[in-house]
Design a protein around this ligand. Sequence first.
Ligand SMILES: Nc1ncnc2c1ncn2[C@@H]1O[C@H](COP(=O)(O)OP(=O)(O)O)[C@@H](O)[C@H]1O
Ligand SMILES: [Mg+2]
Length: 317
Amino acid sequence: MTIEISSEPAGTLGDVWSRIAKRVVGRERELKLLLAAVAAGRDLMLEGPPGTSKSTLLRAITAEWGIPLVFVEGNADLTPTRLVGHHNPARVLAEDYNASNFVEGPLLEAMRTGGFLYIEEFNRAPDDTLNTLLTAMAERVITVPRVGSVQALPTFRVVASMNPYDNVGTTRLSTSVHDRMCRLVTTYQDAEAEREIVSRRSEVTSPRLIADAVSLTRMTRERDDIRQGSSVRGAIDLAVVAHQLCALEGVEAPVDEGINPPRGLPKAYTEVMLNATLVALSGRIHLDDTAVDTPESVLLEIWQEYFHLRPAIAEPG
Ligand SMILES: Nc1ncnc2c1ncn2[C@@H]1O[C@H](COP(=O)(O)OP(=O)(O)O)[C@@H](O)[C@H]1O
Ligand SMILES: [Mg+2]
């Protein structure tokens, strides 16, 4: 199947892939698999923690194809009515039910416009909502009483996402849901890619500051007492907050390349990094249920290990 949405020739799927790949840091493999699945007409489940490029990949594909990306958050309030749409109650009172007082929900919007319906935290949606979706996926047409049938354009897709750390288990989805979707797992990218993302998503230019922000953030993912650490979003915020704090405090970020472990950095700088870490990451780390510490004390330990203990370990004698 070929997809030609815009008036410009799209070229082969490989051409599309290389154009999109330029806008995304790394993720070449995930982008290929995702493109192959949607080009094959398939609906898909993206499974990965927050901040692992799920929206970024979908935005890049839909922008390239010139189709809408319709976002919905999966939660207990996402009823079939909210997904499909409803009649405006005030207008129904005045003029009775008719097609013109129907307010389209995100599912209908995506079907009518040939967009991707992106449902985050899919596993949190109620069962009857999932059934509505399964029907739309299978039939590609939906019939709304008093409104009529809406036929999906060929590019309509359902893309769901789930966070594997979510305590509303991902296993609650029935096998009939899983049986109807392809699945792609996204994990955290390597430190080099994360440094590039922070650099692209901020005005921060100091390689040292960016490397430290990424390293401190990544350390929150390695600890036993943290159930879910911070994503690259935390690293971006840590870098931009530290950058502003440096300016406020009159502190210069050190100028070295930043890849190597930090050694003998000025105290004023490491203190800025501690405060920026607390502001950027304390709300983003989720401690294990059995942990007795606070997010602040855990982050202080990480900071000490990174700026004070690690260099000593790395440099014996
Ligand atoms: N591979 C990537 N290339 C460029 N930016 C990225 C990449 N991955 C994540 N980001 C940036 O990190 C943030 C979170 O990414 P996002 O795609 O929204 O994650 P998710 O949807 O998985 O929660 C966004 O600001 C996004 O721009
Ligand atoms: Mg997202």
